[in-house]
Design a protein around this ligand. Structure first.
Ligand code: HEC
Ligand code: HEC
Length: 273
């Protein structure tokens, strides 16, 4: 739905920018020209961010930062526009937010960079770099018009995946294995390595042990809302048993030093000097 809206805007914007730009240059200052250009530039940046969220593992601007065979939309379904499955809707209203894991207040950009390191088993892209600015712009566009409510408790938006009402230690991997074969294996493969119809869920090309979904309780809560794709009908018990089975398999280990870029690439100044 986002794509059709922005698609309409971007087909209109080049001609609009050209006409208004020429007119403005001829009669007023270049400062006003820059202001007239900005709606078009912002729309283009938001649209680029949408593409990157969808094609993170293959796009030339982001693929060097992704180690898993996963895109952001693999978990943030429908490019984050799914209303409940790790939705990006309204997320920007919660930032800056307190993050217990980092022991400090983090920005929405930090949260995006952390998902590259953990959920995508990749390298933290430079802060302020064009792909990151575009993705943050896209995610922010999905909160337009919503009231800001910075989250002082945790880095989660108002639509966060709610925890299940079960003790995660009671997940039964043996029951989960049978359910996985019936409900998941066709798309994610019996060996968890994925097929053309679904990405890997464990093994070397999956998310690493630092990702939220590597915890049985978080995976179970997300599965309840998200899988099987387009037919998310698992009971809480089924979701927990399947999560226990999926996470009983090996996945890349998370050692933070392996996911940080060299110090000089940690951030970039992206303005004019
Ligand atoms: C393996 C699954 C997975 C992948 C891949 C993934 N994420 Fe996440 N991400 C999650 C989960 C799970 C959460 C926590 C969601 C919740 O608790 O509601 C999360 C949280 C977030 C949040 C915070 C949401 C909030 O409510 O505040 C942002 C922003 C985010 N991810 C961005 C990204 C971006 C950008 C990418 C791609 C570079 C990405 N994620 C890739 C699983 C994933
Ligand atoms: C019809 C095929 C299909 C079925 C059945 C299915 N999935 Fe998925 N699953 C997908 C696709 C496709 C994605 C990525 C979403 C996207 O790119 O839009 C995905 C994403 C995931 C992810 C997050 C990304 C990753 O690979 O780590 C997990 C975990 C997952 N599925 C687990 C399951 C489990 C467990 C079941 C069974 C309850 C299941 N899926 C059933 C197709 C399927």
């Amino acid at each position: 739905m986002m794509s059709s809206t922005s698609g309409k805007r971007s087909t209109r914007s080049p001609a609009w920018r050209f006409a208004v730009g020429c007119w403005v240059v001829s009669i007023v200052s270049s400062g006003a020209n820059a202001a007239a250009e900005s709606p078009g530039k912002l729309t283009e940046t938001v649209e680029l961010g949408r593409v990157l969220v969808e094609q993170t593992a293959t796009h030339p601007l982001t693929r060097q930062y992704v180690g898993a065979a996963l895109n952001c939309t693999s978990c943030h379904l429908e490019n984050g526009t799914h209303p409940t499955a790790a939705s990006f809707l309204d997320v920007a209203t919660a930032y800056p937010a307190w993050a217990g894991r980092e022991g400090r207040v983090i920005t929405l950009e930090d949260r995006v960079l952390n998902c590259f390191m953990r959920s995508c088993n990749g390298i933290r892209p430079p802060q302020g770099s064009p792909p990151v600015v575009a993705m943050v712009a896209y995610i922010t566009s999905l909160s337009e018009g919503r009231p800001i409510r910075m989250n002082a408790a945790s880095p989660h938006g108002p639509r966060r995946v709610p925890p299940l009402g079960l003790d995660p230690a009671t997940g039964d991997a043996a029951v989960g294995e049978k359910l996985y074969t019936q409900r998941c294996g066709d798309c994610h493969a019996a060996d968890g390595n994925g097929t053309a119809d679904g990405p890997p869920v464990w093994g070397p090309r999956s998310f690493n042990s630092g990702a939220g979904l590597s915890h049985v309780e978080h995976l179970a809560a997300w599965l309840k809302l998200a899988m099987p794709l387009d037919a998310a009908d698992l009971t809480e018990r089924e979701a927990l048993d399947i999560a226990a089975y999926v996470n009983s398999h090996p996945r890349p280990d998370f050692v933070i030093e392996d996911h940080l870029p060299p110090a000089e690439e940690m951030g970039v100044y992206n303005g004019k000097r």
